[in-house]
Design a protein around this ligand. Structure first.
Ligand code: NAP
Length: 233
C-alpha cells in the first residue's frame, strides 16, 4: 500500500523527489511552496490529509519553522535542508516530546556517507603522524546559499572527533551548475593523500531521502542519515 508524502519546498530537490517518490511506494498528496506556505502557515491539518511523511528541502531560514509545524501535527519528516543546525537541539526535543520521527542530514547520498566514514578512518591514523597537515575543499552551483557546505562542516567535525587537532584549512567555491564535490586531503613532505567524492547529479540525494522516509514510517526519534545507512539497502 502506498504511503502519502508531502513535499515541503518545490525547488530542484523537491521536484526530483516528487518525480521519484512512486518508486519508493509514495503517493505525493501535498506540495508546499514559498507562496502557499507563507510564514509557514500552509502546513495545517487540512493540507496534510492523507499524508504519512514529509520531505523538507527548503532554505536555512525556513526549515526550522517548517519542521516545528510538521512535528506539532505528528508528521514524520526527513529534512535535507542545510545551514539550520543551531536549531537542531530544540527541534530534537520537540520531536521526542511529540513522539514523532525525524531523519536529517546535510547529505543524503549513500556514497557521501561512506566517503565520510573513510575520511574519519584516515583522520584517526593521520592524527598520530605530525608530519601530515589536512585540507578540505568543496564546490557547488552558484545558487547554493550556504558556504561552507553543511557536508564540509560535518567532515570537519568528524576529522576533529577522530583526534586530528592540527592545521585544517577549509575553502569553498560556488560556480555554474555543479551538483557538489567534496575533497579532504592530507599532505606531508613525502606524499599527498586525497579523498574525493563527486556527485554526478542530485539523484543520489533524492533517492537517499526517499529511502530514509520509507524507513522512518511508524518509527519515533531523531536519526542522522548515516546512523540508519546499514538498514536501508
Ligand atoms: N541533504 C542533501 O542531501 C542535500 C542535497 C541537495 C541540496 N540540499 C539542501 O537542500 C536545500 C534545498 O536545495 P535545492 O537545491 O532544492 O534548493 P532550491 O532549488 O533553491 O529550492 C528550495 C525551494 O524551497 C522553497 N521555499 C523556501 N521557503 C519555503 C517555505 N517556507 N515553504 C515551502 N517552500 C519554501 C523555495 O522557494 P523560492 O524559490 O520561492 O524561494 C525553493 O523553491 C538547500 O539547503 C540545499 O543546501 C541538501
Amino acid at each position: 500500500m502506498s504511503l502519502g508524502l508531502a513535499i515541503v519546498g518545490c525547488g530542484k530537490m523537491g521536484r526530483l523527489i516528487a518525480q521519484l517518490a512512486p518508486e519508493y511506494g509514495f503517493d505525493v498528496r501535498a506540495k508546499f511552496t514559498r507562496e502557499n506556505n507563507l510564514h509557514h502557515a500552509g502546513i495545517v491539518p487540512k493540507s496534510l490529509q492523507g499524508v504519512d511523511a514529509a520531505v523538507e528541502f527548503t532554505t536555512p531560514d525556513s526549515a526550522p519553522d517548517n519542521l516545528r509545524r510538521l512535528v506539532s501535527l505528528g508528521i514524520n519528516s526527513v529534512c535535507g535542508t542545510t545551514g539550520w543546525y543551531e536549531h537542531l537541539p530544540a527541534i530534537h526535543e520537540s520531536v521526542l516530546a511529540a513522539g514523532t520521527g525525524l531523519v536529517y542530514s546535510p547529505n543524503f547520498s549513500v556514497g557521501v556517507n561512506v566517503f565520510m566514514l573513510a575520511v574519519s578512518h584516515a583522520a584517526c591514523f593521520f592524527a598520530k603522524y605530525p608530519e601530515y597537515e589536512a585540507w578540505g575543499w568543496e564546490i557547488h552551483h552558484s545558487a547554493k546559499k550556504d558556504a561552507l557546505s553543511g557536508t564540509l562542516k560535518k567532515l570537519e567535525q568528524d576529522i576533529r572527533a577522530s583526534g586530528y587537532n592540527r592545521a585544517l584549512t577549509l575553502t569553498a567555491n560556488r560556480a555554474g551548475a555543479h551538483p557538489g564535490t567534496h575533497e579532504i586531503g592530507f599532505d606531508s613532505a613525502a606524499d599527498t593523500i586525497t579523498l574525493r567524492h563527486t556527485a554526478r547529479s542530485r539523484e543520489g540525494f533524492a533517492r537517499g531521502a526517499l529511502r530514509a522516509a520509507r524507513w522512518l514510517a511508524g518509527k519515533q526519534g531523531v536519526f542522522e542519515f548515516r546512523e540508519i545507512l546499514g538498514e536501508l539497502s
